[in-house]
Design a protein around this ligand. Structure first.
Ligand code: ZN
Length: 458
């Protein structure tokens, strides 16, 4: 699982190119934009597309009618398009009802949304599950309309809102174990780059990478519209979610902010400890926050009836950067280096989970004589040899069949990678053995000492 052969500069550029290609597409919680997006992701890694008909009951919700827009505008009395959907799909409030009318300024004004503090930006607004319509526009456009307030306006939303389906995509990569790592990214936002395209791109490239690797866990990637899509997925997979041992919701991974990790509802799940360990040893600043029932689809996955061990990885958190949910969340906001860094951190977390096993020292009575085995003067052989030397001693002492390597790394305040390397070194010298009988052994519990290991007492 080593990303040694990955050029992160190139990867960052590829991620940015993918985002640039997806950016113009008009996505919503249903409709052709989601299908088009999944079709492009499918060019990188096979995505299974699911369609769930409108009207389907999903948990406490109902799949809504499907919404698609062909065109929309506000014209002045001279026929000029002052607000034009062809220039930005953010102009139409998502799920606005189809409309063609002549309206007065007083009426029109009730349906306009602007951002006063950023006069050139267009806000992003939705009106799911309500029968209304609206336009989002820059403050400058608003002022232009207002200047013509004495005359009528023509408003048109050339859209369809009818029975169809909700679309979501899934990638399943079977591993040695049926235990799953679930990675989810929402797919319902129109032209915004960080929210949600960065999450989709990073997730797709993680899937692409993992598809070529040997996997201990099975991996499931879900690309579903926010809230209703996650609820639909949970509803259709209720019987199997027990297989999810670790999970991450990915969003907002492309801006230049520091990484933010929002813990699972449980707060101390292995995923929480794994992510916090990776971030603590990443060499960059980061922050961690406790779970709250707000924000992305963690809300659904961590609802009390499921309570899946899923955290949420972001850079600047939702609502904590000015471009959030505006037209300024554009291709300049997301940076190749940030995207590659986020991808790399996700992969480090996955590597940790893949290799976080319980081992037993096969020579636990006294320290084994390391010098005889060439394991005593590691500091002479390489620059970080002194750290590896320490790691060897930590692993020998604490690999007593009751602790995972992550717990040993935490106890030693050393990075997981060097603890893992020490373990591999000791295995090669027959001083350490995994407690699992097979790599596929499921539900490994760190708190239950392994009784079936085969120390060299035999
Ligand atoms: Zn959003």
């Amino acid at each position: 699982m080593e990303p040694d052969n990955i050029n992160l500069d190139e990867l960052g550029c590829e991620l940015h190119e993918l985002i640039a290609r997806l950016y113009p597409i008009h996505r919503c919680i249903s409709g052709d934009g989601v299908r088009e997006t999944l079709a492009i992701l499918n060019e990188h890694v096979p995505v299974e597309v699911h369609e769930v008909p409108s009207g389907t009951q999903v948990l406490d919700w109902t799949v809504p009618r499907e919404w698609n827009v062909r065109d929309a505008y506000i014209k002045d009395a001279d026929g000029r398009r002052l607000v034009d959907y062809r220039r930005s799909n953010l102009h139409v409030v998502q799920y606005s009802r189809p409309l063609r009318r002549v309206v007065s300024w007083d009426e029109l004004e009730q349906h306009l949304h602007t951002l006063d503090e950023h006069p050139d930006w267009i806000p992003y607004r939705t009106a799911y599950y309500s029968d209304t319509w609206g336009f989002c526009l820059s403050r400058r456009q608003y002022d232009e309309l207002k200047n013509r307030a004495g005359r009528p306006f023509e408003v048109r939303i050339d859209a369809t809102l009818q029975d169809g389906s909700l679309t979501y995509g899934e990638i399943y990569l079977p591993g040695e174990s049926r235990d799953e790592v679930l990675i989810s990214a929402h797919v319902c936002h129109p032209s915004m780059a960080n929210d949600n395209l960065s999450g989709l791109a990073v997730a797709a490239y993680l899937a692409k990478h993992l598809s070529t690797r040997r996997r201990r866990y099975s991996y499931r990637f879900v690309f579903a519209p926010g809230t209703i899509g996650a609820i639909t997925w949970l509803s259709r997979n209720e019987r199997n979610v027990g297989r999810v041992k670790h999970g991450l919701v990915l969003a907002l991974l492309g801006d230049e902010g520091n990484t933010t990790y929002k813990r699972s509802r449980r707060g101390n799940a292995q995923i929480d400890r794994a992510v916090e360990h990776v971030l603590a040893h990443s060499g960059s600043d980061y922050s961690t926050v406790d779970f709250t029932p707000f924000g992305y689809d963690q809300r659904q996955f961590c609802s009390p009836g499921f309570d899946l061990p899923m955290g949420c990885l972001m850079r600047s958190a939702n609502g904590h950067f000015p471009q959030y949910h505006t037209s300024a969340d554009d291709l300049d906001l997301v940076k190749p280096a940030s995207l590659a860094d986020s991808w790399s951190k996700c992969l480090s977390v996955i590597e940790l989970l893949e290799n976080n096993r319980v081992y037993r020292n096969l020579s636990p009575k006294g320290e084994p004589q390391l010098g005889r085995r060439g394991l005593y003067e590691l500091s002479a052989s390489r620059q970080d040899g002194a750290v590896l030397q320490q790691a060897v001693l930590w692993v020998l002492n604490f690999a007593d069949g009751s602790r995972t390597l992550l717990e040993i790394a935490e106890r030693a305040s050393l990075g997981f990678a060097v603890i893992r390397e020490a373990a591999e070194l000791l295995i090669r010298h027959d001083l350490l053995a995994p407690c699992e009988k097979t790599a596929a052994q499921e539900n490994l519990s760190a708190t239950t000492p392994c009784l079936h290991a085969s120390p060299s007492s035999g």
